[in-house]
Design a binder for this molecule. Structure first.
Ligand SMILES: Cc1ncc(COP(=O)(O)O)c(C=O)c1O
Length: 458
């Protein structure tokens, strides 16, 4: 695209597009023209190696040919259908998803579809309310569940609520076991899971604000969790934490809602991220990678007793686009791909290889890269202010901006860029979510590009 065309479009964007979305985090915002595999290409044809894959929505690689074929075939055959009628792909997708939960968690349940992640969170909130008759929820510090009103109420960041009035059902936020920055100042080696004990304390007496021992009833209907925090900075909890949490919740008849929107579909090395930990959810919420970022489909799985038609009858929630034919066709193909290829094995192996490389990079910059960690291909790299600990948001921003300039040196001297995503409580964490199809060469290149940027900015 010629510079003058781009400037004209930018001027129009400034005038006609809302800035209420996340576009203007980079000034000027960037145009991309095409994508393939692990790369986005700008209007000059410069390739940007993408280490975030649309916040893990395009996990199976950009412009995945197999999924594109299925989508095109569905466009030719049954591109539209009101959701009050049935089509084969919806039913088969529900079956395959429900069976995956049965396999990993040993629970029977049903699937309920919607479109975006936050809408599925809304549906899950209705389900919790319908079952428990409670409208208050627990959620985590650093947790992110979307930006509709209901999802904002259980999302930790006040920034997303501040201008929108009073949220009477705002969650009670509980510290997440973020061991690198323990909210209680403890050390993982000998903390004895102090955070869990603190949560349990809430139920010790009625005077701690959540529990009526006489009635045997909590004021809270569910605890919304991400097995590995996404926007919170790909924070991996210690083993044993979720097992303990789920024991406490069960004892107090509080549902465990597992938000798998970002970590589901193999990102953390298992189809469902919570399967890495010893806890069984009552409700699972999913979205993003189910359609690899093509026609969106989100949804919830819930235990039979919560969602059977007697207790959650027709019309309990509805969206015109909820189980659209295009999305369900692609979702079904994604799940079939998972039956054919052992993504659990692939993601764990590639995750390990990538983690090793990032740890080697950390050894070159021990004071700037404070923490490197991850599970599967959900990896984190925490940027610090020269002491290996103090969060350095400004430096993280600089690194991100350098990647987007598209003037790094790629193979054979080609100009390249690097797409990173910043998350974390202090906005100093690179949440690294490469394509599952990333090659060894691309992993080497990722670290080389990161190294080039670090040399520039430090
Ligand atoms: C864990 C989690 N929950 C919910 C959402 C909201 O999903 P959506 O953006 O599709 O509404 C996201 C999106 O990033 C997420 O990561």
């Amino acid at each position: 695209m010629a510079r003058s065309n781009r400037n004209a479009l930018l001027a129009k964007e400034k005038k006609y597009c809302s800035w209420g979305d996340t576009v203007h985090y980079l000034e000027p915002p960037k145009f991309f023209e095409r994508c393939s595999g692990s790369y986005l290409y700008d209007d000059q044809g410069v390739g940007y190696l993408d280490l975030q894959m649309w916040y893990s929505a395009a996990s199976f690689g950009y412009a995945n040919e197999r999924l594109a074929r299925v989508l095109k075939a569905q466009i030719d055959r049954l591109p539209q259908l009101a959701c009050q009628y049935l089509h084969r792909e919806k039913v088969e997708l529900a079956e395959i998803l429900a069976k995956s939960v049965e396999r990993l968690f040993g629970q029977q349940g049903r699937i309920h579809f919607n479109v975006g992640g936050a809408q599925a969170v809304e549906d899950s909130l209705k389900l919790v309310r319908s079952h428990t008759k409670k409208n208050l929820m627990f959620a985590f510090w650093g947790g992110y569940h979307g930006r509709t009103l209901g999802a904002s109420a259980i999302t930790s960041s006040y920034r997303y609520r501040r201008r929108f009035g009073h949220f009477s059902d705002k969650a009670h936020f509980v510290p997440f076991p973020y061991c690198f920055r323990c909210p209680y100042g403890k050390k993982k080696a000998d903390c004895g899971m102090y955070c869990l004990a603190q949560f349990e304390k809430l139920f010790e007496t009625e005077y701690n604000g959540v529990w009526d021992a006489k009635a045997g009833e909590a004021e809270y209907g569910a605890f919304y969790v991400e097995a590995i925090q996404g926007t919170g900075g790909y924070v991996v909890p210690p083993q044993g934490y979720f097992a303990g949490l789920s024991r406490i919740l069960k004892k107090h008849k509080i549902l465990l809602v597992d938000d798998e929107i970002q970590m589901g579909f193999y990102r953390a090395g298992k189809l469902w991220a919570m399967a890495n930990f010893e806890a069984v959810p009552d409700i699972i919420v999913f979205g993003k990678a189910l359609t690899n970022g093509l026609n969106p489909i989100s949804g919830i799985w819930a235990k039979e007793e919560l969602i059977n038609p007697k207790v959650f009858p027709p019309g309990s929630t509805h969206s015109t686009f909820s189980s659209n034919t295009l999305g369900t066709a692609v979702g079904l193909e994604v799940m079939k791909m998972g039956q054919k290829k052992d993504y659990e094995k692939v993601v764990v192996a590639k995750g390990r290889a990538m983690l090793e490389r990032l740890r080697a990079l950390q050894r070159s910059y021990p004071n700037v890269i404070g923490d490197v960690d991850g599970m599967g291909l959900a990896l984190r790299l925490e940027i610090c202010a020269g002491d290996g600990y103090t969060p350095d948001r400004a430096l993280a921003d600089k690194i991100f901006e350098e990647g987007m300039k598209g003037n790094l040196k790629g193979p054979r001297g080609k100009r390249m860029g690097l797409v990173l995503d910043i998350g974390g409580y202090y906005k100093n964490v690179f949440t690294i979510a490469p394509s599952f199809e990333i090659t060894e060469k691309e992993m080497d290149l990722s670290v080389d590009l990161l190294d080039q940027i670090l040399r520039r900015v430090i």
